[in-house]
Design a protein around this ligand. Structure first.
Ligand code: FAD
Length: 285
């Protein structure tokens, strides 16, 4: 493994200054559970690592009536244990609880899960169904973008050089409806064994009025170059009564909407079928 310098700045300004000093040959590191593996495999060989661990403004889970702001350095384990997340954003808790294993969850961060931009990132589907926005900051200033626009391809994001993901802001779906009990959300994951990366994952948010679905948000992971919303399938559900026949139709539509590949974890054909089944079950749940 190539030797690298290691820095622990305490402010974003110092982090940007270090990145500028290394002219892009440095990498930000959060928990290191993705990056260090890649360095060991020699996929990346940075001259320096700039740790985000000591930057206070990237830390913490802040709840307000309107939603939750997850500092990008929030550890997966902290999301898993947060009782308000479990109550108001259960799909996010479900995803956190099956990401890797407790040892990894104790160091891995939600920001790292997003910025690594793996198609299988477990935190992505539940955050995509909740109209999440991302707060980014770089030497050139701040900007907010919808989570959907963040992923550009496997390992690729819309982050500008030197930019840092500061926070993940999630509106509380329950704050927008007079009847919070009409909202359900679920995350499901299929892997070869427990603790493994997803063969496929699925998340659904459903708002019902009587028997009719008023709002449906669906997303899936490991089935395309990026974690994706399933907008065509969503349209089939909205405004409809949720019946077994409709769900069968939606499962088939999901199979057509995704574009999975065959790799060491699974085949394209299995991924198509299992994702349709998981979306059906997530809506049913
Ligand atoms: C054994 C094992 C099992 C795993 N299982 C799973 C699993 O089941 N599901 C899953 O989704 N993942 C899994 N992972 C992958 C990994 O643990 C997660 O993606 C984790 O959330 C990454 O977070 P991190 O803080 O460790 O990121 P890091 O490794 O520190 O960073 C990842 C990338 O993001 C960049 N980055 C990090 N934070 C920021 C930021 N705030 N702003 C800008 N850039 C940033 C880094 O430069 C790097 O390129 C597994 C990893 C291992 C080693």
């Amino acid at each position: 493994m190539k030797k690298f310098d290691y820095y622990q700045p305490e402010t974003l300004r110092d982090a940007f200054a270090l990145m500028e000093k290394f002219n892009g040959r440095a990498r930000y590191v959060a928990g290191g559970t993705d990056l260090i593996v890649r360095i060991k495999k020699k996929d990346v060989q940075p001259d320096a690592l700039i740790s985000l661990r000591n930057i206070e403004e990237l830390k913490g889970i802040r709840h307000t009536r309107g939603g939750v702001s997850l500092g990008s350095m929030t550890r997966i384990r902290d999301m898993e244990r947060d009782t308000t997340i479990a109550r108001d954003y259960p799909a996010l808790k479900q995803a956190a609880a099956v990401l890797a294993n407790p040892q990894i969850r104790n160091v891995a961060t939600v920001g790292g899960n997003f910025c690594n931009a793996a198609p299988c990132a477990d935190c992505a589907p539940p955050l995509l169904i909740m109209e999440t926005t991302l707060a980014l900051e770089g030497p050139g200033g701040k900007r907010d973008i919808p989570a959907e626009e963040f992923f550009k391809g496997p390992g690729e994001t819309c982050l500008q050089p030197f930019e840092i993901l500061k926070a993940i802001n999630v509106p509380n779906p329950k704050s927008k409806t007079p009847n919070p009990k009409s909202i359900t959300m679920t995350f499901l994951k299929t892997g070869r064994v427990a603790q493994d990366l997803a063969i496929a994952s699925a998340a659904a948010l459903v708002v019902t009025e009587g028997k009719i679905c008023r709002k449906c948000r669906l997303a899936a992971g490991s089935v395309a170059p990026v974690p994706m919303r399933l907008k065509r399938a969503e349209k089939l559900v909205e405004g409809q009564e949720i019946t077994p026949e409709l769900l069968e139709h939606v499962a088939k539509a999901v199979e057509d909407e995704i574009s999975p590949i065959t790799d060491i974890r699974s085949t394209e054909a299995y991924r198509r079928i299992v994702t349709g089944v998981m979306i059906r079950r997530a809506i049913e749940a």
